[in-house]
Each structure stands twice: as structure tokens, then as C-alpha cells.
Design a protein. Structure first.
Length: 156
């Protein structure tokens, strides 16, 4: 049906006739048939809508509860993402990661004594076995006294 006129030629060839491995379309000297003008879009209605929306949302950002809700939303998204990842790995590794997280959290609670009220009896039992944060009176840290360096021996 179709007769081959010889070996296949590469689609793009350079000046020397060797194949050119470029992903650019072949250039032609013919002028473009369509005009490529970009219209200037009027974004003032969008800007006005954004300003009015920002005026409504700005007082919410000042409240601690709103920021907490936003952080909780992202925490839920991250949890779902981590859950999908953890389903794909070994259950033993998942248990190790969870124990590591719980251990670090428990050490933080015993060091700073910021545990939830319902866990206070449990932390009270294990707290004496771990270090505690220093208690500064008045909330200010005391400077650590610096010991002077020992005198250098005299050169003979």
C-alpha cells in the first residue's frame, strides 16, 4: 500500500544533517497565523471582594480558638496522610514509632510537668526517676557563675 522511499529520516536534524535530540518544535520561517495578544484583565472586582472578605476574617485570626481550629485541621490532614503511609509499612515498625513518640512525650511531661490532668497520678509515680526542669523564682533565669581560669604557669 505505502512504499518506503528509503531509510527513515530523523524528525529533527541539525545543520550538519545529524539527528538533533531536541524537544523543541521545528522552527519555520513562515509568520504566525494567529495574533498572540493578551488582554489586560480587570481584577478590581476580585480585589474588592478579597478586601471585604479579609475584613470579616481578620478578627478571627486574633482569636486563639480560630488558630487552634486551623492547626487542628492541618493536623487531621497530616494524620490521614501518615496513616496511609503507616499502613504500607511493617506493623512492628509502626509500633516502634508510636512507642518512641509516646516515650518522648512522657519525658517532656515529666521534665516540664505539663501533663494532662487525668495523667497526673501516673506522671507523679514515674517523675522521680527522670530529671526535672529547674524552678526559677520570679520567672527569671539566674546567670550561671563563671569560674575564672586557673593561672598559667610561668615560663622559665
Amino acid at each position: 500500500m505505502f512504499a518506503a522511499a528509503g531509510p527513515p529520516r530523523p524528525l529533527c536534524t541539525g545543520r550538519t544533517g545529524a539527528p538533533s535530540f531536541s524537544f523543541d518544535a521545528p522552527r519555520s520561517s513562515a509568520p504566525q497565523s494567529r495574533a498572540t495578544t493578551v488582554k489586560n484583565a480587570d481584577l478590581s472586582p476580585l480585589s474588592k471582594a478579597w478586601d471585604s472578605l479579609w475584613k470579616l476574617l481578620q478578627p478571627l485570626f486574633a482569636e486563639h480558638a480560630f488558630l487552634t481550629i486551623i492547626c487542628a485541621f492541618f493536623a487531621v490532614l497530616m494524620t490521614l496522610s501518615f496513616y496511609r503511609f503507616l499502613r504500607s509499612i511493617s506493623p512492628g515498625l509502626v509500633a516502634f514509632i508510636l512507642m518512641l513518640i509516646f516515650g518522648i512525650l512522657t519525658l517532656h511531661w515529666t521534665f516540664t510537668r505539663t501533663e494532662p490532668p487525668f495523667l497526673k497520678p501516673v506522671i507523679d509515680v514515674i517523675a522521680p526517676f527522670f530529671p526535672m526542669a529547674p524552678n526559677y523564682s520570679g520567672g527569671a533565669k539566674k546567670p550561671v557563675p563563671v569560674k575564672p581560669a586557673p593561672p598559667r604557669p610561668a615560663k622559665p
